[in-house]
Design a protein around this ligand. Structure first.
Ligand code: NAD
Ligand code: ZN
Length: 359
């Protein structure tokens, strides 16, 4: 069976295009008292961006905190806040949810848009195609590039039992606003870590057994853009990084990530390590599996003077180590993509433990 996958319906790209967000949303507003919900990363609370948001009189602005990666409990709370806000209005639902921030904020906005129309807790929908009802209109403005969350059909959430996305066609954004000026002030090493998420998407997609021409076309372009950004000096590096993220996301949409991501999910669940940095920590020990990619990644680290944290796992208890291994093993398609159908005979618990102990 071939996957018939949904893509983002509308894309605007270019320096300064954020200024058009108000016009774009006007088409989606219904009536004078329509409510748009803006979920904006609270890193911008005291920044000029605050005064550039196209807020209507009845709109709801929520500053979201992403010090921790999105949890199902946070999504449920935000959804309740929006429902309470709407209770005072004629309409039960807002006419849109707009996420402005990095992968975490984009994921929160996708999840809230879904949970406004689907009953229960977001934890009930962690998995594949469990969401049954369409979300309210949702749009994103990335302020960090690399995750590909702007194009993906998932929103990655940490729940009571697992870190797993709400994967569905309804998750995909209706609109994305790709303005390279929005990522211009993203500081290092965060910019590097999130950028490397994209680079690693490409390595894992391009070396995986699920590879096909669709994924290869996007993956090769994305990888070349990452090389331009992190190994050369281009004036339009932000434009390139933004398109690398988009193409990297498109590449894995029709293939899969691999070993690094499987290990990184374990690091996130047990140590709370964020996705970008967790991927870098994991990738750095994977030279046996991705020799060329790891070599080039190290050149990029040198060039960016990036120092990774070390000795992260030596103090873990057996129970914690086992939980980390369990979380990574849940991600069967990732292992299969990396190592083929017989991956279980190749990647034993002991081998995974060995890799974790190097980090
Ligand atoms: P992030 O959104 O977690 O943000 C990292 C830090 O950078 C935060 O402190 C944030 O406040 C700050 N920040 C964001 N934009 C900034 C800017 N322009 N200037 C200054 N600071 C800024 O980082 P990320 O790497 O983009 O996203 C990681 C998240 O994305 C994880 O939760 C991960 O699970 C998720 N993810 C989702 C997908 C998907 O397809 N849905 C794919 C990969 C990762
Ligand atoms: Zn990733």
């Amino acid at each position: 069976m071939f996957r018939n996958f949904k893509m983002v319906s509308k894309v605007i790209f270019g320096r300064g295009c954020f200024a058009q967000l108000g016009d774009i949303l006007r088409e989606k507003r219904q009536g004078n008292e329509s409510v748009m919900v803006f979920l904006v990363d609270d890193v911008f609370k005291d920044k000029p961006l605050k005064d550039r948001l196209p807020l209507g009189a009845d709109d709801m602005l929520i500053w979201v905190n992403v010090d921790d990666e999105p949890k199902t409990t946070y999504v449920d709370q935000l959804t309740l806040d929006v429902k309470n806000h709407m209770a005072a209005k004629q309409d039960a639902l807002p006419c849109g949810v707009i996420g402005i921030g990095g992968g975490s904020t984009m994921d929160l906005s996708k999840a809230v848009a879904l949970m406004l129309t689907n009953d229960g807790s977001s934890a009930d929908y962690q998995g594949w195609d469990l969401i049954k009802k369409p979300a309210v209109y949702h749009a994103a403005v990335p302020t960090l590039s690399g995750t590909g969350a702007e194009v993906s059909r998932t929103t990655v959430l940490t729940g009571p039992e697992k870190k797993l996305g709400l994967n569905s066609d309804h998750t995909v954004f209706d609109q994305i606003v790709l303005d390279p000026e929005m990522i211009a002030d993203a500081p290092n090493p965060q910019r590097f870590y999130t950028g490397m998420d994209c680079y690693i998407h490409c390595v894992e997609s391009l070396t995986g057994t699920y590879l096909n021409s669709f994924s290869q076309a996007y993956g090769e372009k994305s990888m070349q853009l990452c090389q331009d950004v992190f190994l050369n000096d281009f004036e339009d590096a932000d434009d390139k990084l933004m398109m690398a993220s988009y193409c990297g996301g498109m590449s894995i949409a029709y293939s899969q990530v691999g070993i690094c991501h499987a290990l990184s999910y374990g690091l996130a669940f047990v140590l709370g390590l964020h996705h970008g940095i967790g991927n870098c920590v994991a990738f750095d020990v994977l030279e046996d599996y991705y020799p060329e990619g790891v070599d080039e990644f190290r050149q990029m680290m040198d060039r960016g003077s990036i120092q990774l944290p070390r000795n992260l796992t030596s103090g873990l208890t057996d129970a914690q180590m086992n939980q980390m291994i369990d979380v990574s093993l849940v991600l069967e398609p990732l292992w299969e993509n990396a190592l083929g159908k017989d991956w279980k005979t190749i990647m034993t618990r002991d081998k995974i433990r060995e890799l974790y102990l190097k980090m």
